[in-house]
Design a protein. Structure first.
Length: 257
C-alpha cells in the first residue's frame, strides 16, 4: 500500500472532471463579485494542480502553493508538457509569505478542512487576506456536515485516462463530533494498460463544520473579509444559496475589505 498524495496522477484523475465547471465559475465570480480586474490569482493547497493549469491556460498569472513536493513536481511536469507557466511554492497555507499581492484566490473541494483547528483556519484566512488586494475575492469550497449526517458514509466512483482505470472508495472510518473531526480512508485500485495493478490507501482527518460554526469562523475574520456570495458544488453563478441547515456542498465568496 502507498499514500495517494505520493501518486498525484491518480489524485488528479479522480477530480479532473470537475475542472471545467470550477474554472468557469471562478471567472463568473470574478465578474460578479470582485471590485477590481482579476489577473493575478492564488491557489493555496493546489495539490496536483489541475486548477492551476486550467487557469494558466485561460491566461491568468497563477501561483500555486502546497505542502507536498511530489504534487508540485507532478504539476511542474504538467505545465512544461503543456507549455504553460505558473509560480509553484512549497509552503504552509496557514502562514504564507509572498512578495506580491493577488487579485483573487480559490481553494475548493475540502482542502480547507485539512486545517484541524479554529486557530489554523483563522490563520489561513488572515494569511489569504494579507495577500489579496482590496476588493479582491477568495472562493472557498468545502462540505458542511449537518448534525443529522450519516456517520458511516461510503462513496465509490471510477475514472479512466490514458489507458489507466482507477476505482476509488472513500469511507468514513471515525467520526467525533465532540472534537469536530472525521477520519477518512481513501482506497484506490489502479489498473494500467499493461495489466499491472497498483493499490493505494490513505487515511487522514478532516475538520467538521456545521453552518453555525462556519458563521462563527467568518465572523472571526470579519475585519478582513465580507461574505458576498454563497453557492454550491453545481457551480452555477445564478443559483444563490443561504447560510442554513440545507447548505452542505458550500462555496463561499469572500471579498477583501
Amino acid at each position: 500500500m502507498a499514500d495517494w498524495y505520493d501518486h498525484p496522477q491518480y489524485f488528479d484523475m479522480v477530480f479532473r472532471d470537475e475542472t471545467p465547471a470550477e474554472v468557469s465559475f471562478f471567472q463568473d465570480a470574478f465578474d460578479r463579485y470582485a471590485k477590481r480586474p482579476v489577473q493575478h490569482v492564488l491557489e493555496p493547497g493546489c495539490g496536483s494542480g489541475r486548477l492551476v493549469a486550467a487557469m494558466s491556460e485561460r491566461g491568468y498569472e497563477v501561483t500555486g502553493l502546497d505542502l507536498s513536493q511530489p504534487m508540485l513536481n507532478y504539476l511542474g511536469k504538467r505545465l512544461r508538457r503543456r507549455k504553460l507557466q505558473a509560480n509553484l511554492v512549497l509552503g504552509d497555507m496557514t502562514s504564507m509569505e509572498f512578495s506580491t499581492l493577488f487579485d483573487a484566490a480559490f481553494c475548493t473541494f475540502n482542502t480547507f478542512r485539512h486545517l484541524l483547528s479554529d486557530k489554523d483556519a483563522i490563520s489561513h484566512l488572515k494569511s489569504v487576506a494579507k495577500h489579496l488586494r482590496s476588493g479582491g475575492i477568495y472562493i472557498l469550497g468545502f462540505h458542511i456536515i449537518p448534525l443529522d449526517a450519516d456517520t458511516e458514509c461510503t462513496e465509490r466512483w471510477k475514472a479512466s485516462h490514458g489507458g489507466t482505470d482507477v476505482s476509488v472508495t472513500l469511507k468514513v472510518i471515525d467520526f467525533e463530533r465532540r472534537i469536530r473531526q472525521e477520519k477518512l480512508r481513501v482506497s484506490i485500485k489502479a489498473t494500467k494498460k499493461s495489466g499491472k495493478i497498483e493499490r493505494i490507501r490513505s487515511e487522514f482527518p478532516l475538520r467538521l463544520y456545521t453552518y453555525q460554526q462556519v458563521q462563527k469562523l467568518l465572523n472571526a475574520v470579519g475585519d478582513d473579509f465580507e461574505l458576498v456570495g454563497i453557492h454550491d458544488f453545481d457551480y452555477d453563478i445564478d443559483e444563490v444559496r443561504s447560510m442554513d441547515e440545507d447548505l452542505t456542498d458550500a462555496v463561499f465568496v469572500l471579498r477583501k475589505r
